[in-house]
Design a binder for this molecule. Structure first.
Ligand code: WQD
Length: 323
């Protein structure tokens, strides 16, 4: 009995693999290594290299490793790229999930934990976003995650699949430097990159209707994201057929871009640097902060790590990668 973790060689996936093995679960990683790295897969954990679009390979991975549940993290996740390459995103994220669900159904694998995203909400006009806040994604990326949730809910109803879709808010930090995010697509690494180049970090707009005028987000440590997957996986082992959970993974605390940049400057010894305020980035919502009650009620989970741990561990990871 083991869990197939798709995308398990990636930044978030590798943390999930560790949390699950430490939590006593047997794990197999399935990853096409497009952005993942085999170095992130721990010794003793099998790695199957392939795409989730490859049904025969998925089937043999399930059969060979006695897989009884899947944690599906593999996917494309860059909002801007999804606007330029929507068909690619639909293929990888939606057709990939459909292929996985078909293969699971044929093999009688009936448990699924799915990586969803706060991007499904789009521009929510509420203080705290609950799972019942209407979903109006603003990008093909967010659309593919919402369609994925729909596919899963329909499969749960039709075939008795037990599933949990976890809507991640803004993921940051690392459990160890070598597990850190290698991409430079989010606020924290983008600030590191500017600092390293000797340029001022940028704040994309300070005229939002927020307390300091900059956008507010709910940052969550990747180790907390990982422990939520373990809790969801364990919960599904006891869940009745057809269970279909949708859960935010956030801390329920908002932090502004200005506050984050100030903390990053302090953590990296750059207190003397003044951030540069530039124009708004198109499509950015003013505020996206999770209501994290439902996951606490359903799984007994809550976040343990704070902003400084996220920033410090991300910085150690950055220095590990960039010398
Ligand atoms: C955070 C805030 C920027 C860089 C995205 C996706 C979301 C999820 C996480 C996958 C924003 C501001 C950034 C900079 C800045 N992805 N910023 N200067 O946009 O909240 O969420 O990543 O699931 O779906 O949309 O994250 O880290 O890009 O930005 O001012 O140099 O920082 O404008 O307000 P975002 P982010």
């Amino acid at each position: 009995m083991s869990w197939l973790v798709t995308g398990g060689a990636g930044y978030i996936g590798a943390h999930v693999v560790r949390a699950m093995t430490e939590g006593g679960e047997s794990v197999v990683v399935y990853d096409d290594l497009s952005t993942g790295s085999p170095d992130r897969v721990p010794d003793g954990v099998p790695l199957v290299v392939g795409s989730v679009l490859d049904a025969p390979l998925l089937k043999s991975a399930i059969d060979d490793h006695d897989v009884t549940g899947v944690v599906h993290i593999a996917g494309k996740k860059q909002v801007a790229e999804s606007v330029e390459r929507p068909l690619h995103y639909y293929r990888e994220n939606v057709t990939g999930l459909q292929t996985l669900l078909e293969t699971m159904a044929a093999a009688d694998v009936d448990r699924l934990v799915f990586s969803s995203s706060a991007a499904v909400y789009g521009m929510p006009d509420v203080d705290l976003v609950t799972e019942d806040t209407p979903c109006l994604p603003m990008s093909p990326y967010g659309e593919t995650k919402l369609v994925g949730e729909w596919l899963i809910a329909a499969a749960a109803k039709a075939y008795g699949l037990k599933a949990a879709s976890l809507r991640y808010f803004n993921v940051a930090g690392a459990a160890a430097p070598e597990l850190s995010d290698s991409g430079v697509f989010n606020l924290i690494p983008m600030v590191f990159e500017r600092l390293e180049a000797g340029t001022a970090p940028r704040v994309f707009g300070d005229d939002y209707a927020t307390p300091d005028g900059t956008c507010v987000r709910d940052y969550i440590h990747v180790q907390d994201i990982a422990s939520a997957h373990l809790a969801a996986a364990k919960r599904l082992q006891q869940a009745p057929d057809g269970t279909s959970l949708i859960l935010n993974i956030g801390r329920g605390e908002g932090s502004s871009v200005r506050e984050m940049v100030e903390r990053i400057l302090k953590a990296t010894g750059n207190e003397d640097v003044t951030p540069e305020v530039t124009a708004r980035r198109p499509g950015d919502p003013a505020r996206v902060v999770a209501a994290a009650d439902r996951i606490h009620e359903e799984l007994g989970w809550s976040a343990r790590h704070g902003l400084d741990e996220m920033i410090d561990s991300a910085w150690q990871g950055w220095r590990h990668r960039h010398g």
